[in-house]
Design a protein around this ligand. Sequence first.
Ligand code: PA5
Length: 429
Amino acid sequence: MPNVDLSSIWLDIGLNDMLPLERKAAAAHEKLDELTMQDGTMTGWVNFPETLDKTDLADISATARHLRSISDAVVVIGAGGSYLGSRAVIELLYSSYYNELGIGPKLYFAGHNLSSRELDTFSSLLENVDFSVIVISKSGTTLEPALSLRFFRQLLAQRYGEDSISDRIVAITDEKKGKLGPMADELGWKRFAIPSNIGGRYSVFTAAGLLPMAVAGVGLQTLIFGARAEARKLNSIRSFENPAWQYAVARNLLYSKGKKIELMTCYEPSFKYTAEWFKQLFGESEGKQGKGIFPASAQYTTDLHSLGQYVQEGERSLFETLVRFDHSGAPVRVANDFADSDGLNYLSGKEMYTIQNVAENAVISAHNSGGVPVVLIEAGEINERSIGAMLYFFQLSCAVSGLMLGVDPFDQPGVEAYKSNMHSMLKSL
Ligand code: PA5
């Protein structure tokens, strides 16, 4: 569903620049096909939306219903890929005010930092509130979620008694490896699997993403339907008509022209966590061997009043990727002010969305003239189907882009290095 528009990437590009890159994209996609057919590679996500079973979805939905029936709040414990996907979808659909909307249990995301203040805040928020826990960790040994799990288990035990908490904890972890699975089995917790051949940052369509989404009331069938349709489309078009190739080619081209920073922007504030998910996906997939575009994000128009100055006139090493959504929801019109004190009555009666659209175009043109190429991604309306499609689009683009760059987009040796360093230093405490 997402369409890529390269008309504002502005660089002096001729067919001679594009053709070799198109061939590179084709080779990268073929490489991805090869990897997908081999055992032992981390490409299980490629066909996952296609193969995801109805029974698995039914089990996830039933567990979500159970958690909703016994909880006024659900704590989702996980770091990086283990929580960003679900948070991105929930916030994009319902906004960052989800917890105030009263449409499901409140959701608190924990286990992605080491802050005692934050844990303390959670224990105040959960006082006299019935709550449950979803813990997501492929390895089961990541420090932040593991310590958080200890904290919330203790809180649950104090509230309900050690013997009565097993139906309040659900574990989502690697199907074969790691420490969390055996722990869940021993303690009688419901358990879902993340396939071993799907890494955290590609796991949004597994139970890791789907269970918290289902708790929040997201329509899983429609989301998966969108991802599946997108997977079929993107894996069958083998030409520059393929939007994922267009995006991957644009990124590689801009990178080769010195644009080392990609600023992901959007005019919807509820996109914030999708941008976080995007940064993790691309940063962890491409940033290795001394290479890779640095993925950053800005929220427009908010950040135009701060970062906007840098984007317009700072060091010319960045390009923007603007995700645009069609208008959905009730129209909001500018109110009339009889005194016209701010001189803006010429906008009275106009829809905010129309004004936002004009702002988008004005900003693209200003940034272009300041030397900032803008890749436009038209993502449709904000709904489950188009979000499913968009997330799959980014995953496939990321794999093709990383393979074009000549790195392995599925490992994360740098993250492992920090994790093992921290563990060994902590042992000397
Ligand atoms: O994408 C990744 O692999 C990482 O971001 C992990 O998701 C993150 O480090 C958490 O790891 P784990 O799920 O093993 O706790």
